[in-house]
Write a protein that binds this ligand. Structure first.
Ligand code: 13P
Length: 222
């Protein structure tokens, strides 16, 4: 299988999985993967089930598209994430049901559960509203993602990035799980939060958790 086909197949499979897993519906959302000198992104306003790998669009870092279709209207958002985060190998933007509920209420996901640290800090922040596909929206998301790998987008949805397509899907699923739990907890009443100290401990443990080998405290006497 050629590299050209394989990368496009992987991208399309990721977009299909995003919808199949309930993270997104219909033609909303978009996914991209970094390539050597740019990225491949899903085409704009096309149903993923009707796409073939060749329909994925290549975009250079200066924004020049190359392909038989228009790139996603959010290509700039994806491009700016790649420029701002050298560790990003894949970007996923979706309208997951519970993330969207919170985003429409203009709420972030605070430290109500320790797994909030999965996005790199003690909250999953909310980026302000701007029209889809605009440079303004990309700038607002850029601010929210300054120290995080996922954020909600007011009156819109969610965006996250990770090392690659598998990792970005896993992160998106976790963020949606958190949004669901927080959304349901809010329906009961006020939701107690973990303290800054508790979250700092989780964030430090997360860094070690991701490294191969035993966790630091497991080194003692074992
Ligand atoms: P595209 O079809 O252009 O990717 O747009 C979908 C979307 O969700 C815009 O925010």
């Amino acid at each position: 299988m050629s590299g050209f086909f394989r990368q496009r197949r992987t991208l399309l499979d990721t977009a299909l999985a995003m919808n199949r897993l309930g993270l997104n519906q219909g033609m909303a959302g978009n996914v991209s993967v970094r390539t050597g000198d740019g990225f491949l992104i899903t085409p704009s306003a096309m149903a993923y089930e009707k796409c073939a790998p060749v329909d994925m669009v290549r975009v250079a870092m200066d924004g020049r598209p190359q392909g038989r279709h228009r790139p996603s209207s959010e290509w700039r958002l994806h491009r700016d994430i790649y420029l701002g985060h050298p560790e990003a190998g894949a970007v996923l933007h979706a309208h997951p049901p519970w993330c969207t509920v919170l985003a429409c209420l203009e709420r972030e996901i605070p430290a109500f559960h320790y797994m909030v640290a999965v996005a790199g800090g003690d909250s999953i922040p909310l980026a302000g509203y701007a029209t889809f596909g605009s440079a303004e929206l990309s700038a607002l998301v850029g601010q929210a993602l300054a120290h995080r790998s996922a954020c909600l987008m007011a009156h819109h949805g969610m965006v996250c990035f990770a090392a690659g397509p598998e990792e970005v899907l896993a992160l998106a699923l976790e963020v949606e799980n958190l949004a669901r739990a927080y959304g349901r907890a809010l329906q009961v009443g006020e939701v107690p939060l973990l303290t800054g100290e508790q979250m700092a401990e989780v964030t430090a443990r997360f860094a070690a958790y991701r490294q191969p080998g035993p966790l630091p405290e497991q080194n003692n006497g074992t």
